[in-house]
Ligand binder design. Structure first.
Ligand SMILES: NC(=O)c1ccc[n+]([C@@H]2O[C@H](COP(=O)([O-])OP(=O)(O)OC[C@H]3O[C@@H](n4cnc5c(N)ncnc54)[C@H](O)[C@@H]3O)[C@@H](O)[C@H]2O)c1
Length: 327
């Protein structure tokens, strides 16, 4: 069943939401104050407004998708809650806020109003992530031992203002996934470099207890585009390509060798290919909340946890020391 959803912000990310909302018959109006982007928004909707207060029949609006620069997330959320009295759910782009404190204010605002909140950690909606989380949970390959992320690409310097630093921009996706896999507290150590005053690439080492550790290499100044995760488990190594949506499972045999060579025989392995568009899955989740009281896969609480990781990494860079994250 179509729903009445207002898209707020028609920039880089708003365009993608607009396309999906349109496809699902849910695009009721677009709010975009910048004339250049409002003109583009008119290509997909007749109802484009500069302000929320201009949206007709506000009492009919069931949900908003907030895709404005991160520094405006909180004010736009507040404005949406006061403009649309019957909101059931909000899809708030990632990162949900600029700090843990601001994120906690978002949590109390939505909980106070009984509005469900879904945070746009789009990678968690990637079907290949759902698949490897299942494989790990099944314990077919034993316990997880280590987790290594390569999330790298190039971002134009002029876009940095809308995106916050690399930890909030890229890291939140992986922090969310890590928090679903390993238990708190997690120790993080982070080193990074800035561009134009924005933290732009980092290397993070983390560990949980004595049995799991991992690394994250996040960069917005990498020539090319990589989105890969390597997960070492007791009985296999999983090579996940988030872009091609494939998992190569390499069974881990007994390591053999002598002083000059080492042979690591692959045990039985397999290659898994999954299909699905992460943003569409995110909107299906939003629809399920509006249709039948579904549950957000990425809730405001998941959003807060990821910002705790962000703040711990920043503190580690500042102090040069490892920092604990708890949730
Ligand atoms: N999930 C993802 O993978 C992903 C990817 C890119 C960006 N994002 C997030 O999406 C958000 C937007 O990023 P972007 O790259 O699209 O930025 P952008 O600057 O390209 O677009 C933001 C748009 O919001 C509009 N805007 C600003 N204030 C507004 C307001 N008060 N009301 C309505 N519209 C307003 C701007 O005019 C602009 O058109 C950021 O929070 C970013 O982190 C998420």
């Amino acid at each position: 069943m179509p729903h009445k959803i207002v898209l707020i912000g028609y920039g880089n990310m708003g365009k993608f939401h607009g396309r999906i909302l349109n496809r699902l018959g849910n695009l009721t109006a677009i709010v975009e104050p910048f004339e250049g982007n409002a003109t583009k928004a008119k290509e997909i909707s007749e109802n484009v407004f500069a302000n929320l207060s201009e949206v007709p029949y506000p009492e009919q609006i069931e949900s908003v998708v907030i895709a404005v620069p991160t520094q405006y997330h909180y004010t736009v959320l507040e404005e949406s809650l006061s403009t649309f009295p019957n909101l059931k759910a909000v899809l708030l782009e990632k990162p949900m806020a600029l700090s843990v404190q601001e994120a906690q204010e978002v949590v109390s605002k939505v909980k106070e109003r009984g509005v469900k909140c879904l945070i746009g950690h789009i990678e968690v909606y990637n079907p290949v992530v759902t698949r490897f989380l299942q494989l790990i949970e099944d314990k077919t390959y034993g316990e997880i031992r280590s987790f290594h992320v390569q999330r790298k690409g190039a971002v134009a310097t002029k876009r940095l203002g809308s995106l916050a630093g690399v930890l909030e921009d890229l890291g939140v996706h992986d922090f969310d996934i890590i928090s679903r896999l390993i238990s708190s507290p997690v120790k993080v150590y982070c080193a990074g470099i800035e561009r134009e005053g924005s933290l732009n690439s980092v290397e993070i080492v983390f560990s949980s207890g004595k049995n799991i550790f991992g690394t994250l290499n996040l960069s917005r100044e990498f020539a090319g585009r990589e989105r890969k995760i390597v997960i070492e488990m007791e009985k296999a190594t999983l090579f996940v390509d988030l872009v091609s949506q494939t998992i190569e499972v390499r069974g881990l045999g007994q390591v053999e060798g002598n002083s000059t060579s080492v042979i690591v025989p692959h045990g039985p392995g397999s290659s898994i290919k999954v299909y699905g568009e992460p943003l569409l899955e995110e909107h299906f989740n939003l629809n399920s909340i509006l249709d039948e009281n579904g549950i957000p896969l990425v809730s405001e609480d998941n959003g807060v946890i990821t910002l705790k990781f962000v703040e711990a990494c920043k503190k580690s860079i500042q102090t040069g020391l490892p920092v604990f994250v708890e949730w």
